[in-house]
Ligand binder design. Structure first.
Ligand code: NAD
Ligand code: IPM
Ligand code: MN
Length: 368
């Protein structure tokens, strides 16, 4: 049987730096675990704009639709700040999400024991934390019409529209309930039904799906602002959090700090199954291109490597090998390996992006 295909879009800033370590990990699984992928690479974001004048070439879009999974690094950076909105690097990523119809974005926040001391929150608040944010990714205010900057009288007005259909809420709710069944059977849905009609509909549809098809799942509802507060007050009260596109963006950055660093948080963006039986899928770290540290070998590659672990689990049905990779990362952290973002106030000498990759590969070797 042919090897599964992976399309790598490393992107901008630290994207290529962290992806360099992921490529070493992919090679390791090919040679040491007989788990080979046909890997191809292409451009996205500012890198694609520089080469083609567009943040995502149509050929790249077609390759992404044809691949068994896409791995993305990060897009954006100050070099592209002045570009017209329609060709900004971020538009390339949003197009991928939309045209691949990746409606369910899984953003796990897990606090590794070795980092519990390092979180900006107290150790007992975060130790052992393991939650999953399910963020709707292809609709809401990110895509709703009308949108734009318009003239109104003698001034301009900026407009974006929060819009959700029942079908869009229904399908992402199902993905959260399915996931909850494989975890602790508990979902907390977050919106602002107190001020937004889209929030009222969201709450209604989520409850209806639960009552009709997932009676075994404990469902609660929370206003998203309270949710943000509860996430830092007592994050372990949650298991699966289901929320919309914009609230999910913000809440997941907030959850990142529970784990110690944005450099630790992976994600999976999943769509409907294709005729291969696999879901359309894109895996990427939650962090961006980190212009402040790009090109210095300082970036933490763990979020991107953990994103590949999610690919092993959700696209290739290799939860066993995903667990091997996650355990290797746990080992190197327990042994004290720290990139600069993981250095606490006590100081010490951080290791580089490549050295973190070296340590993870050694731990993988030791797992055999
Ligand atoms: P960012 O995530 O790039 O950086 C925020 C902070 O976290 C920075 O101080 C950065 O140094 C640090 N950081 C992030 N990832 C890290 C890592 N792996 N290791 C160590 N430190 C890390 O967010 P930003 O600064 O708001 O955005 C910069 C650019 O990235 C913008 O153009 C933004 O649009 C883009 N962005 C892209 C994505 C994506 O591609 N998915 C996500 C978020 C932001
Ligand atoms: C994310 C990012 C993106 C988003 C940007 C870069 C389009 O912040 O993946 O969290 O807002 O969704
Ligand atoms: Mn974000």
């Amino acid at each position: 049987m042919a090897n599964p295909t992976l399309l790598i879009l490393a992107g901008d800033g630290i994207g290529p730096e962290v992806m360099g370590q992921v490529k070493r990990v992919i090679d390791w699984f090919g040679t040491k675990r007989n788990l080979a992928f046909d890997v191809s690479e292409d451009l996205v974001g500012g890198a694609a704009y520089d080469a083609h004048g567009t943040p995502l070439h149509d050929d790249t879009m077609a390759k992404a639709l044809a691949a068994d999974a896409v791995l993305l690094g990060a897009v954006g950076g100050p070099k592209y700040d002045a570009l017209d909105f329609s060709v900004k690097p971020e538009r390339g990523l949003l197009r991928l999400r939309k045209e691949m119809d990746l409606f369910s974005n899984l953003r796990p926040a897990q606090c590794f024991d070795a980092l519990a001391d390092f979180s900006s929150l107290k150790k007992d608040v975060v130790a052992g934390l393991d939650i999953m944010i399910v963020r709707e990714l292809t609709s809401g205010v990110y895509f709703g019409e009308p949108r734009g900057i318009f003239e109104e009288g003698n001034e301009r007005v900026g407009i974006n529209t929060q819009r959700y259909t029942e079908g869009e809420i229904d399908r992402v709710a199902r993905s959260a309930f399915e996931l909850a069944r494989r975890r602790n059977k508990k979902v907390c849905s977050m919106e602002k039904a107190n001020v937004m009609e889209s929030g009222i509909l969201w709450r209604e549809v989520v409850q209806k799906v639960r009552d009709a098809d997932y009676p075994d799942i404990e469902l609660s509802h929370m206003y998203a602002d309270n949710g943000a507060m509860q996430l830092v007050r007592a994050p372990k009260q949650f298991d699966v959090i289901l929320t919309d596109n914009l609230f999910g963006d913000i809440l997941s950055d907030c959850a990142a700090m529970l784990t110690g660093s944005l450099g630790m948080l992976p994600s999976a963006s999943l769509g409907a199954p294709t005729d291969t039986g696999r879901p359309r899928a894109l895996y990427e770290p939650v962090h961006g291109s980190a212009p402040d540290i790009a090109g210095q070998g300082k970036a933490n590659p763990i979020a991107c490597i953990l994103s590949f672990a999610m690919a092993l689990r959700y696209s290739f049905d290799r939860g066993d090998e995903a667990a091997r990779l996650e355990a290797a990362i746990e080992t190197v952290l327990a042994d004290g390996a720290r990139t600069a973002d993981l250095m606490g106030e006590e100081g010490g000498t951080p290791i580089s992006t490549t050295e973190m990759g070296d340590a993870i590969l050694s731990a993988l070797d030791a797992s055999l």
